[in-house]
Design a binder for this molecule. Structure first.
Ligand code: ZN
Length: 100
């Protein structure tokens, strides 16, 4: 069983009732087969992996994982560097030598 990385896209699909629904679209990078699943949770992604395995046009039964995701609209997590320890206003009060 080979390990196949898939492209996971977060998108919006229209469900059978005609409403927009947050969904995932997963593409097999080996054969470009594409499956979709409603919802954007990990469960939905795993459902897509299952579908890829079932529906693979090449009849391959691979182990599918999320490869490098191209997240156009998905939540983005950025780790910000800690704020720099810059002197703020404490050095400004230099009034001791003020000429009176
Ligand atoms: Zn495939």
């Amino acid at each position: 069983m080979a390990k196949v990385e898939c492209e996971v896209h977060y998108c919006v699909l229209e469900n059978d009732k005609g409403y927009d629904q947050d969904s995932v679209q997963v593409t097999c990078t080996r054969c470009n087969h594409e499956v979709e699943s409603y919802g954007q949770s990990e469960r939905s992604v795993r459902r897509c992996f299952f579908l890829l395995k079932e529906e693979c046009p090449r009849g391959e039964r691979n182990y599918y994982t999320a490869g490098e995701a191209e997240e156009d609209s998905g939540p983005e997590v950025r780790i910000l560097p800690p704020p720099k320890d810059e002197p703020q206003w404490k050095d400004i009060d230099n009034s001791e030598e003020a000429p009176f």
